[in-house]
Write a protein that binds this ligand. Structure first.
Ligand code: ZN
Length: 219
């Protein structure tokens, strides 16, 4: 805890003063373009891994980056998603799972959750993932199984996200894009679900704009 408090004082004396204009602008309001939904795991630092800053992302975190289907009693998640879309007019939602996820291990081994009754109830929102793993991934073990579960869970939670009325509405109006990502802690790599190939593939750099036409060649 001491480390955090010392860091806070260093932030105020060094970082804040150096970026005073940014923080002054942010004090008037926020208009992030991206909502980032990820796990509470301490090893995932959304702003660090995306090299973004204050005001860039509206973040929702919980154990297992879970998005319960709309109206299932998860009022905090329902309200956060509603506010992101209706209040902030978010254009992109990323659901980001990760390797070595404790919640995914709990999903695979419910017997580990005897002393965690609230977690057991929460992970019911990941039950479709558990069934898919049971049916299709019996050949995997250890880390590979946990990472595959994190991938399938991202897809399950994207489906759940589509049950939210504000999400449905924006998707129909083509004002919103959904993204499924999985972060590998050991390598720092990010994998993106590619709808065309039906797989998670390394997240590519955005395509550069086409080069300006060479006038001599054109002329
Ligand atoms: Zn996790």
């Amino acid at each position: 805890m001491q480390k955090l408090i010392e860091g806070l004082h260093r932030f105020q004396s060094e970082v804040f003063t150096a970026q005073r204009d940014l923080f002054s602008r942010l004090s008037q309001g926020q208009s992030p373009e991206v909502m980032f939904i990820t796990c509470s795991d301490s090893r995932i630092s959304p702003t660090l891994i995306t090299q973004s800053g204050p005001g860039d992302m509206f973040v929702m975190r919980n154990a297992g980056n879970i998005v319960p289907p709309y109206g299932m009693g998860a009022d905090g998640e329902d309200a956060t998603i509603e506010f992101a879309l209706v209040g902030l007019k978010i254009r992109h939602i990323v659901i980001c799972g990760h390797s070595d996820c404790g919640a995914m291990k709990g999903l695979l081994h419910p017997e580990m959750l005897e002393t965690l009754p609230a977690m057991k109830t929460w992970l019911k929102h990941g039950e479709p993932t558990r069934r898919i793993m049971d049916a299709n991934y019996r050949h995997l073990h250890g880390n590979a199984l946990v990472t595959a579960t994190a991938e399938e869970n991202v897809l399950t939670q994207l489906e759940n996200l589509r049950t939210h009325p504000a999400v449905q509405e924006r998707l129909e109006r083509r004002e919103l894009t959904l993204h499924g990502w999985v972060y590998k802690i050991a390598t720092g790599q990010m994998f993106n679900y590619d709808h065309e190939v039906g797989q998670f593939t390394p997240l590519a750099r955005p395509a550069l704009p086409p080069p300006l036409q060479d006038e001599r060649a054109a002329g």
